[in-house]
Structures are given as structure tokens and as C-alpha cells.
Design a protein around this ligand. Structure first.
Ligand SMILES: *Cc1c(COP(=O)(O)O)cnc(C)c1O
Length: 455
């Protein structure tokens, strides 16, 4: 391992505001539609489900800067600023002239970026007199973040975890339970949505879509209970901009500016977090930064999905959102990057991709673990399977620089560590990990079904 150079901010330098990209977007995102009336939603329409403040932030296209509540910023200080690291070891191993930096969000108490939004959402719920919060989780990172945040602000948490992950990743379940959350494998018989799936397919492995349906149903049928989401929504991306805002200051300390910014992509929150603050300088014409979202080849909504209105969940309970989607019925293959197994993308990201402000790259699972292992050997951190996608994309770009001799500055977000995902690494090291390809036929069939539902 070579020397690393790490950049930190002092407590006073930690940002006091989040960046709301909606205010600066040349083309605003199209409105979310009420699933029944198909009319544009207002913040008030979201109050029954989400906290009022999160609902307002969701549709705020006016204020570019939103204050971070002092109580949330105090909690951020437990682990922020997160380090910005110059990856000399990785550069050397690749023999690339590129300068590679990563923002290390894996240092949070629960090991990923997800806490940045969980703390904010739990805080707003508490402020508004809510006593219970519920959510879904895939690989378990979001559930862990929410469980931690619920504990911090004195709320009860109920988490629906995708069944395959509940079984494959028992340690995350244990982490959630350690913070006092109630964890249920999804699909479950405890909700209408879960029963509907299990009646048709008793061995269903679950998906984020189904788990969302279950959590939404619980929130709608339980007094004083709100639903909190870990990705996809605009307010979640907003809270995650703390990542990029810190990185911007830290890159300045390093005396460089990124040519390319990369994040792995599930619903878009960590990608948004690292990208949006830098993108405002592209809108203003000051910079020409490239932004790359790294997604799994087995769940390729950005590279092969279609831009259109779709539901966020399997049962069609969420608002209709204008987004790149594979169709809400899409059942992604059981890859280890559980956090990237989602059929759609957030509405802001979708608009930005449509308008050409960002790109997407799809990566095979084996390729991502190969990249993750090289990173672990050179930089000492075992990356989350999700983060391996960002690393693989950064390596692909660094390899291109090797061919052209360009000294580009590449910044990627290390969204989390993989210490609770070692079963996945074991499988890869034993040569038992396979790539899952999605056929064009499957994509076409799913999106067609969609067109029949949403005319
Ligand atoms: C949840 C998660 C992701 C994917 O979610 P986004 O909202 O797209 O960021 C990526 N990496 C890690 C470590 C995660 O926990």
C-alpha cells in the first residue's frame, strides 16, 4: 500500500446548509402525479405519509440553500467531515496518469452514507410529534441508518427487510435490532401488499418494491406513524449533498478540481450527494465536469430503461414519478449489491440524464468485485458491493487516461464499507459468483406492461 493523502474539515467548516439543485436546474423535474387522480401532487398531499418538512423539501424548486437544523448538524459531527482521500496506491497499481480521489462515507457509525438523510428525516418527524417511523431496506444499510437515527431522536422504528437480504445478511438485521428496531422479512403476511405477493408466489424472495408497499401500508394504517425513505426521493438527495459540499472544500485543500465525478447508483442518493454541488458550476457555465452513475448490468434502468411515469413500488401505492425505469414489476437478479436492486431512478436524476448533464455506465458483478479487491489491496478499505460499482467505473476512466496520457482528476464516492458483506467476497474468491444479464426481451416486456397501466 502506498501513502495516502487525506483531507479533513474542522467542525466549523462542516457545511451549515444543504444544496437544493431543483432551484438551479435549467429544466425542472416534471411533477409527481397522484396515483388515483393523476393530478400533480402538492406538498400537502404528501403529509399523510411523510413528515411535513420532508414533503416541503421534496417539491421546493425555489430555495437553492436549505439550513441544516442545528440538532442534525450536531449529530453529523459524530462522524463528519468524512475524509477525502487521494488514492495514490490505486493510481500506482493502475499505472495511470489520472489523479484519483475518493470521499469516504464508510466511516459513519453504520458504515455508509445513508445516515446523512436518516438523521434529518428522524429529526423532522420528532419535531412534528411523530412517535413511530417505518421503512423498507434491501441489503440493510438504510434500515441500520434509520434504526440508529430513530434511537438518537427517541422514535420507534419498524423495518421491512427484503427477504433474501434478511436471510443472506443476518448481521445487518442484528445491527438494526441492536438499536432497538423491529425487523420483518418482506414479503410478510402482516400487510395486504405482502399477502398479495405470497399468495401468488409463496417462495418470493422479495424486492425493494414489495417492501416499500408494506412500509407505506403500515404508515397509512397506523396513527402517528410516518414513512421514511432512504433513496429515490428529492429530499433524500438534498440531505446527501453534504457529501459533495464537503468534497468541494476538500478538493480545494488538495488544490485540484474534478474532471469526472462518479457514484454508484441504486435510487440515486449517494450519486446525487457527491455530484449535485459540483453540477451547479456546470449550470452556471464555469465548469465542464462529467458525472457518471455506475449501475449494475442486471438492473440497468439508466442505460436501458425508459423515461416515463411509473410507480415507486410494486403495488402502485406511491405517487407516479417521471423517471427512467425498467417497470415497477421488474424483479432484479439476486446480486450482492442489494442497494442497487431498484427498478427506477429519482426524478431529478432522470431529468438531468435526459438533459445530458450526466451519463450512466453499467457494470457486470464480477467486474465490480475485481475492482473492489484491487481497491482493498491498494487502499486498505474493503468496499461495499454497491461501492465496488463506483470503483470499477473510476478504474475504467483511469484506464482510458492511461491510453490517452491525460492527467484527469477523478473523484468517486465510496458510499460504504463491505465488512458485513464478506459472504459476497467469499463467493467471489471461491469463483462462485456469476453475472446476470437482462435480456432486451425482458426489458421490453416490462416497460410495455407499464404503458398499459399508465396511459
Ligand atoms: C443504499 C446504498 C447504495 C445505493 O443507494 P443510492 O441511493 O443510490 O445511493 C449505495 N451504496 C451503499 C453503501 C448503500 O448503502
Amino acid at each position: 500500500m502506498s501513502k495516502q493523502k487525506r483531507f479533513f474539515l474542522s467542525e466549523e467548516e462542516i457545511p451549515t446548509q444543504w444544496y437544493n439543485i431543483q432551484a438551479d436546474m435549467p429544466n425542472k423535474p416534471m411533477p409527481m402525479l397522484d396515483p388515483k387522480t393523476k393530478k400533480p401532487m402538492t406538498p400537502e398531499d404528501m403529509f399523510p405519509l411523510f413528515s411535513m418538512e420532508a414533503s416541503r423539501q421534496e417539491m421546493d424548486q425555489e430555495h437553492a440553500w436549505i439550513d441544516i437544523p442545528e440538532a442534525v448538524r450536531e449529530q453529523y459531527k459524530y462522524y463528519r467531515s468524512t475524509p477525502l482521500v487521494r488514492a495514490y496506491g490505486l493510481e500506482k497499481a493502475l499505472g495511470t496518469p489520472a489523479h484519483i480521489y475518493f470521499k469516504n462515507e464508510s466511516v459513519s457509525p453504520i458504515g455508509s452514507h445513508k445516515l446523512n438523510s436518516a438523521l434529518a428525516q428522524a429529526y423532522y418527524c420528532k419535531q412534528e410529534g411523530v412517535t413511530n417511523i417505518t421503512t423498507e431496506t434491501g441489503a440493510g444499510q438504510w434500515g441500520c441508518a434509520l434504526s440508529y437515527a430513530a434511537k438518537v431522536f427517541g422514535l420507534e422504528a419498524a423495518v421491512y427487510q427484503v427477504k433474501i437480504s434478511y436471510e443472506q445478511k443476518p448481521y445487518r438485521r442484528a445491527i438494526m435490532q441492536s438499536y432497538g428496531a423491529q425487523v420483518t422479512p418482506s414479503p410478510s403476511m402482516s400487510t395486504r401488499a405482502g399477502k398479495d405477493v405470497l399468495t401468488v408466489d409463496p417462495n418470493n424472495n422479495g424486492s425493494l418494491g414489495t417492501a416499500i408497499s408494506e412500509a407505506v401500508e403500515l404508515a397509512m394504517t397506523t396513527p402517528n406513524c410516518k414513512y421514511v425513505l432512504g433513496s429515490v426521493m428529492n429530499h433524500v438527495s438534498l440531505h446527501q449533498t453534504i457529501i459533495g459540499l464537503e468534497a468541494e472544500k476538500q478538493m480545494e485543500m488538495a488544490g485540484e478540481y474534478p474532471d469526472i465525478v462518479i457514484g454508484c447508483f441504486g435510487g440515486g442518493s449517494n450519486f446525487a450527494g457527491i455530484s449535485f454541488p459540483f453540477m451547479r458550476h456546470v449550470f452556471s457555465g464555469e465548469r465542464k465536469t462529467r458525472f457518471i452513475a455506475a449501475e449494475p448490468a442486471s438492473c440497468p434502468k439508466l442505460t436501458r430503461g425508459q423515461f416515463q411515469y411509473d410507480f415507486g413500488d410494486l403495488s402502485g401505492l406511491t405517487p407516479l414519478m417521471p423517471m427512467y425505469t425498467l417497470g415497477h414489476n421488474f424483479m432484479p437478479a439476486n446480486i450482492h449489491a442489494g442497494g442497487l436492486r431498484y427498478h427506477g431512478a429519482g426524478v431529478i436524476i432522470s431529468q438531468l440524464l435526459k438533459d445530458g448533464y450526466m451519463e450512466a455506465m453499467d457494470l457486470k458483478q464480477s467486474e465490480t468485485f475485481k475492482a473492489g479487491l484491487l481497491f482493498a489491496k491498494e487502499e486498505g478499505i474493503i468496499p461495499a458491493p454497491e461501492s465496488c460499482h463506483a470503483i470499477a467505473a473510476a478504474i475504467a476512466e483511469a484506464e482510458k487516461c492511461k491510453e490517452t496520457g491525460e492527467e484527469k482528476v477523478i473523484l468517486f464516492n465510496l458510499s460504504g464499507h463491505g465488512l458485513i458483506d464478506m459472504a459476497a467476497y467469499t463467493q467471489y474468491l471461491a469463483g462462485n459468483l456469476f453475472d446476470h444479464e437482462v435480456s432486451d426481451e425482458e426489458v421490453t416486456r416490462n416497460v410495455k406492461e407499464l404503458e398499459q397501466i399508465i396511459k
